[in-house]
Design a binder for this molecule. Structure first.
Ligand code: FMN
Ligand code: FE2
Ligand code: FE2
Length: 412
């Protein structure tokens, strides 16, 4: 970990975490950065922290020393969000800096007590409240509930016009200490973080898309020159770019999303699998890109990402014990709970004697209020016949057309 200067009086302290499942379930093959910020007026404040901060207190003290800051100058800690990836360092920090004030929303108060047994020196804040650090450095707080817990807020440095939104505008992906800003990265490196942002958003933020849209509206009311999130890179040159990215992603949950089709399929003995290629070829023949995942081989993290990005979804799965192939039921349960609704969809699959997958699919769509608009399914007994193949191709063309009509409207 190394402190880097974001702008005059604002420092970034960050750690990259590897070899974990984030939130205990999301793979991060490229790691994830957890960012903390130190803001300096006459007094200093730390905004958010880094869970499992390698070597608190030694590393932190060494960093402060390098910046010429005495730990006793840090009077205030701002906790934008109580999730332990950002608040989990509080106990360690209390050991080295006995007394300091914690600025957090009223809803964070019971969480501070429940997670860390902290009940003293808490300053509950509301939207519009400020913290004056002296030398013209005034921090203003803005509640952004449910991005991504109920207690979350964003902090805005009125002097440098830097926004610290914690989870909002974040992404997966490790960040190099020698290039942590958009203006120190090449275009393709920024695009890497945008891709990591898409899966981060799909996995963590999707359910809170409406709250995210409200948060974005609040942010648009501020003059923001820099966006310094709790995960990922800091946006100094083009903060509007990450606002645009998040606006787009927040809209995808209800659709339309991209004019693309996610093809999610699973098969026991390859019968359903024989239907994948005809459907994919037919969709792509219409100039519509597909993102194909075989389940359960492709993990839910990646499947969620594709379903969120795509306006069309193809589901291929056989009947299993009078229901659908269980990994598909698990996928749909998660997709439905994340409220990825209103998709153009098509289902095909094989069965042996009774079928049953189709009935369960209708039940799931209903129970989770998914409102997916399905073309007529193609079900075949055992191996698909030539006639089934032709039907699959026909449905692929129909689905591509429906997706284009929805996303592109008259331009389709
Ligand atoms: C464990 C198991 C359970 C099955 N349960 C049913 C069932 O309840 N009803 C049915 O019609 N077929 C059932 N089948 C038959 C499959 O749906 C059929 O073999 C189909 O072709 C499998 O497609 P796949 O090769 O794509 O997995 C079952 C097959 C297996 C192996
Ligand atoms: Fe969070
Ligand atoms: Fe987080």
């Amino acid at each position: 970990m190394k402190a880097t200067l974001v702008t005059d009086g604002v420092y970034r302290l960050s750690a990259n975490v590897h070899d974990i499942l984030f939130e205990g379930m999301w793979p991060v093959p490229h790691g994830v950065a957890i960012n903390s910020y130190l803001v300096r007026g006459e007094k200093c404040a730390i905004i958010d922290g880094v869970c499992g901060w390698d070597g608190v207190p030694e590393t932190l003290l060494a960093q402060l020393d390098e910046l010429g800051i005495d730990v006793n100058d840090i009077d205030s800690v701002v906790i934008n969000h109580m999730e332990p990836d950002h608040s989990g360092w509080l106990e360690a920090f209390r050991k080295i800096r006995g007394s300091f004030s914690i600025y957090a929303t009223g809803r964070a108060k019971p969480l501070l007590e429940a997670f860390y047994g902290i009940s003293d020196n808490i300053r509950p804040v509301k939207s519009g409240d400020t913290l004056d650090l002296g030398k013209g450095r005034v921090l203003a707080f803005e509640e952004i509930p449910n991005v991504h817990w109920p207690e979350t807020m964003a902090t805005y440095d009125t002097k440098s016009k830097t926004l610290f939104p914690c989870d909002a505008f974040g992404s997966f992906g490790s960040v190099a200490d020698d290039a942590p800003y958009d203006d120190t990265l090449q275009e393709e490196q920024i695009e890497f973080f945008e891709r990591e942002m898409e899966r981060y958003y799909a996995n963590i933020v999707t359910l809170y898309s409406q709250a995210t849209q409200k948060a974005i509206e609040k942010v648009k009311g501020l003059e923001v020159k820099i966006i310094a999130p709790g995960h990922g890179i800091v946006w100094r040159r083009h903060p509007e770019r990450v606002i645009r990215d998040y606006t787009r992603l927040a809209g995808y949950a209800k659709g339309p999303a991209r004019a693309e089709v996610a093809v999610i399929w699973g098969s026991m003995y390859g019968m359903t699998g024989l239907g994948v290629q005809p459907v994919v070829e037919a969709i792509e023949s219409q100039g519509v890109r597909t993102r194909v995942h075989r389940i359960p081989e492709s993990g839910i993290s990646y499947v969620l990402d594709s379903v969120l990005q795509c306006s069309g979804v193809v589901l291929g799965m056989p009947t299993y014990d009078y229901k659908m192939f269980p990994p598909m039921a698990a996928v749909l349960d998660e997709v439905g709970k994340k409220k990825i609704i209103n998709r153009k969809a098509f289902r095909f699959g094989s069965y042996g004697w009774s079928g049953g997958a189709q009935k369960e699919l209708a039940e799931i769509n209903e129970r989770l209020n998914m409102n997916w608009d399905y073309l007529e399914p193609v079900e075949f007994k055992g191996r698909p016949t030539d006639r089934d193949g032709a039907l699959l191709r026909q449905r692929g063309v129909e689905l591509a057309a429906a997706v284009k009509r929805w996303v592109l409207g008259d331009a389709a």
